[in-house]
Write a protein that binds this ligand. Structure first.
Ligand code: MN
Ligand code: MN
Length: 455
């Protein structure tokens, strides 16, 4: 299939819109680097447009704008249009968790006059990429008395940052002979926290000093780490990339690029659609979608039941709602990388700048693990994208035997909802800083808007 490049076919006016949109995108990404922050950022924006917690509605009717948060880490926003709920809804779901470096439950120790944190890496990362870069510490510590302390160190210009060391090349002869998997064991991803000893104390004086700072500044004790959600993420803001500023280099674009584009498309579709539309932002995709705030949680189903009940329907109607609904699983796909062409099958790989990617098959090998949509549904999506001049392209995840990836599509397809994977192409996926094209980001936003708008 012939692919067109957005920059080549778009008007100056549209290119200007594309650049303006990406300014807001970069700012939102830079401000919301954790799942909880992303949820709060969405609530803040939605409330400005009159959205209210669904608990504030005794009954729901056409035109109502509502949302529900699940444990601070998942959010569903809804808007009711003219259509009957039993005639179906439009869902876009994306995940707001990203690869990162989490603290272990008992993280702090001292070795060779250095205090360090033991960590767990979260999601599928190439571990060596996370060494020797500036890291910021984000998160919340929950105390036994029911209060919590928020921590953010490393984002302000004057803040200190953290880092994980790597072996110098002069001593790496043996390390270099190993495979990348063996050369960078997870247990060596220990983050340096401090080197100043506490004067009065006996042994482990450096660790004691770190604990004293944590106590003085945040009121937390060593044992409180077990009920904390602290994570290291790459420090710094999202930036323009390329001499032509055509790209965005930023942490967490898988999958906050689809989360942000679906969220803004949702807000911009309110009062502009006959459909009942929902934006679903879930947690824990990168670790297999198992938890209570993930796509496999009952939260989604119970939320739709609440919407039905408050709209005067019977709970039995949920089957009809799902059967008549359509969903997009908004997740990123890979772009053809000129440095690693061997991993791709060029005819079926997405290319940078050629628009939002429709992914029919996410699995590898014999379509393993895919939630392949029906041909009819793919035709429907093509039709509405073309009708709305959305720049789109097909894309698969590299060569057949090399891999494949999972998405949250399966958790919506299982309700018999027509579901397709559709999202932005990314280079260096799961690296500390991932790369996207502004043209593709904007096409994703336009594709999602067309989906919310069309019947
Ligand atoms: Mn993803
Ligand atoms: Mn991912």
């Amino acid at each position: 299939m012939e692919r067109k490049i957005g920059w080549e076919i778009w008007s100056e006016e549209k290119i200007k819109q594309t650049f303006e949109y990406s300014e807001n995108y970069k700012e939102f990404l830079s401000r919301n680097k954790t799942v909880r922050k992303f949820v709060n950022g969405c609530v803040y924006e939605a409330q400005k447009l009159g959205f209210k917690d669904i608990s504030e509605f005794a009954k729901l009717k056409k035109g109502d704008k509502f949302y529900k948060i699940n444990k601070g880490k998942e959010i569903i926003l809804g808007f009711l249009g003219d259509k009957k709920l039993i005639d179906g809804c439009k869902f876009i779901v994306a995940h707001i968790d990203c690869p990162r470096i989490d603290l272990k439950t008992s993280p702090l120790y001292e070795d060779e006059n250095i205090a360090l944190f033991k960590t767990y890496y979260y999601g599928g990362i190439k571990k060596y990429q996370w060494l020797t870069i500036p890291l910021a510490l984000h998160g919340v510590v929950f105390l036994k008395d029911g209060t919590f302390k928020e921590i953010e160190i490393g984002e302000k210009e004057t803040d200190p940052v953290f880092t994980i060391t790597d072996l110098l090349p002069h001593l790496a002869k043996e390390q270099m002979k190993k495979t990348i998997e063996d050369g960078f064991p997870g247990e060596s991803l220990n983050v340096l926290v401090g080197t100043m000893p506490e004067k009065e104390k006996g042994k482990e004086k450096v660790k004691a000093k770190v604990l004293k700072i944590l106590k003085d500044f945040y009121g937390i004790e060593e044992e409180d780490f077990i009920s904390s959600e602290l994570e290291f993420v790459p420090a710094g803001k999202a930036k323009d990339a390329g001499i032509d500023r055509s790209m965005v280099l930023a942490y967490g674009q898988d999958d906050r690029v689809c989360s942000y584009t679906s969220f803004t498309a949702f807000l911009d579709s309110v009062n502009n659609t006959v459909n009942n539309i929902f934006c679903i932002l879930v947690d824990q995709e990168e670790i297999g979608s198992r938890g209570s705030t993930s796509a496999s949680s009952s939260f989604f189903e119970y939320f739709i039941e609440e919407v039905l009940e408050k709209s005067g329907y019977s709970l039995m109607d949920i089957k009809k709602v799902f059967q008549n609904s359509k969903a997009i699983s908004g997740d990123v796909n890979t772009l053809l990388d000129p440095n690693y062409k061997d991993a791709y099958e060029p005819r079926n790989s997405a290319k940078i700048g050629c628009g939002v990617v429709l992914t029919k098959i996410t699995g590898g090998r014999g379509k393993g693990g895919s939630t392949e949509p029906t041909g009819e549904y793919v035709a429907y999506i093509r039709k509405i994208f073309d009708k709305n001049n959305v720049l789109w392209q097909p894309g698969e995840i590299g060569k057949l035997e090399l891999g494949g990836g999972g998405t949250v599509a399966t958790y919506f397809a299982r309700y018999n909802i027509d579901t397709i994977d559709c999202g932005t192409g990314v280079l260096s996926m799961h690296a500390p800083f991932e790369l996207t094209s502004k043209a593709d980001i904007y096409s994703t936003y336009e594709g999602y808007k067309a989906f919310y708008k069309e019947e």
